[in-house]
Design a protein around this ligand. Structure first.
Ligand SMILES: [Cu+2]
Length: 154
């Protein structure tokens, strides 16, 4: 049998209560922060994967984002073949909300997008971690022919 001094018991309860309150507060401020970011009107940026004359490049080859801002990155492929938008480290440095592609909306973390000829997709995200991240098309031969780029978060 264990006996607890009444004060000790009360102090422990208080501490536990405070700890729970603290955790709730953290959770609340974090979700408020996320909700606030999610409501920001996105800055629209466009990038083309290839072009009508089938040049293997991203247009423009470099984009710069600002940390803490919400973006809608409009990806378009007007070229006669399919391309990939592969930027794994960049994907880890953003808070990805969704990708809108035609009638489909994909939520959560996305690392790579495949765009077939004459398709478009809107990627909505909040830029978070500053850095310079490589972008490439992973179709054999494309990156080697110049289909690479840079995504910068400042
Ligand atoms: Cu390509």
């Amino acid at each position: 049998m264990q006996y607890w001094h009444p004060f000790q018991l009360t102090a422990q309860r208080w501490l536990r209560g405070l700890l729970i309150l603290g955790i709730c507060w953290l959770g609340l401020t974090q979700s408020l922060w996320a909700a606030d970011l999610a409501r920001q009107k996105p800055i629209v940026v466009e990038m083309a994967l290839g072009n009508a004359t089938d040049e293997l490049a991203f247009f423009p080859p470099q984009l710069t984002f600002e940390s803490g801002k919400r973006y809608k990155l409009k990806l378009v492929n007007h070229s006669p073949e399919k391309h990939y938008f592969t930027a794994k480290d960049f994907a880890d440095a953003i808070w990805s909300q969704k990708v809108d592609a035609g009638n489909v909306e994909i939520k959560g973390a996305i690392h790579e997008l495949e765009l077939r000829s004459d398709t478009a997709a809107d990627w909505v995200f909040v830029a978070i971690r500053p850095g310079t991240y490589p972008l490439r098309c992973t179709i054999p031969g494309h990156a080697e022919s110049g289909m690479t780029g840079k995504l910068i978060i400042q």
